[in-house]
Design a protein around this ligand. Structure first.
Ligand code: NAI
Length: 218
């Protein structure tokens, strides 16, 4: 595997999809696959796949194709899946609970270490076997800073929360809060999620004529 310092973010963003498809192939007992067959399944072109994977040194062999398990392993390593990471969730409302219950953190080697909420009446509850704690405990808990924080709180108050977390050494945020973290904290690493963006795209596609081309995310 090559260093991936200069790989475009566009390619990086496609990797989870490769990882998912290759996992599906493994479950189906497929051991090797050509770039053409993989392209057909993923509704990409074979040259696109070769180009993407060549960014990392290329894993295929001429006339053989890709070893599914190896390729999936390499992509997982590029994405640092399996690295030990501690995750906390801020906000134990509907969204925070859904994420705690439905995201399979251990599958990627990650541990959901705690859920925090400013509503102290929730403290002590368990969600997905993880204790809800008062945000009053946040600084003390972050004495050993978690690697990632999932923000499941409203925009209001999010800036203060991020400030506290950054001061404690937490720098990576899975951000559902609609607060634009990087305008205030340019050093933070942020993945913003806006579920309604996807719904708006669907609304557009419903009125569009012709083939769906560039929107394949399945
Ligand atoms: P909710 O009202 O069920 O839960 C919010 C929880 O956060 C409450 O328990 C509240 O006490 C706690 N909270 C509020 N401010 C806090 C703070 N500064 N620190 C710690 N805890 C705090 O709301 P729900 O449905 O869980 O949604 C949470 C937020 O996520 C909402 O603001 C909503 O707009 C946003 N959201 C974003 C989505 C996206 O796609 N980006 C999708 C769904 C919700």
């Amino acid at each position: 595997m090559q260093e991936n310092k200069n790989i475009s973010k566009t390619v990086i963003r496609r990797l989870p999809r490769y990882y998912r498809f290759l996992g599906e192939l493994l479950r189906q007992g497929v051991e090797k696959i050509s770039s053409k067959a993989l392209a057909e399944r993923m509704r990409l072109t074979a040259s696109q796949i070769r180009q993407d994977l060549n960014c990392f040194g290329g894993f295929g062999q001429q006339g053989y194709g890709y070893n599914v398990k190896e390729l999936r392993g390499e992509i997982g390593a590029i994405l640092h899946l399996g690295d030990k990471r501690r995750v906390i969730i801020i906000g134990a409302g509907n969204l925070g609970r859904a994420i705690a219950l439905h995201i399979d953190f251990p599958r990627y080697g990650w541990e959901l270490a705690a859920v925090f909420d400013r509503d102290d009446t929730l403290a002590g509850e368990s969600i997905a076997d993880v204790k809800v704690r008062s945000t009053a405990e946040l600084r003390a808990f972050c004495g050993e800073p978690p690697d990632m924080a999932v923000l499941c709180i409203p925009r209001e108050g999010a800036e203060e929360t991020v400030k506290t977390l950054m001061e404690c050494g937490v720098t990576a945020f899975w951000n559902f809060s609609h607060f634009d973290i990087q305008t205030c904290f340019p050093d933070a690493r942020v993945e913003n999620v806006h579920l309604t963006d996807s719904l708006m795209i669907l609304s557009y596609l419903m009125e569009e004529n012709g083939e769906q081309e560039d929107t394949v995310t399945n």
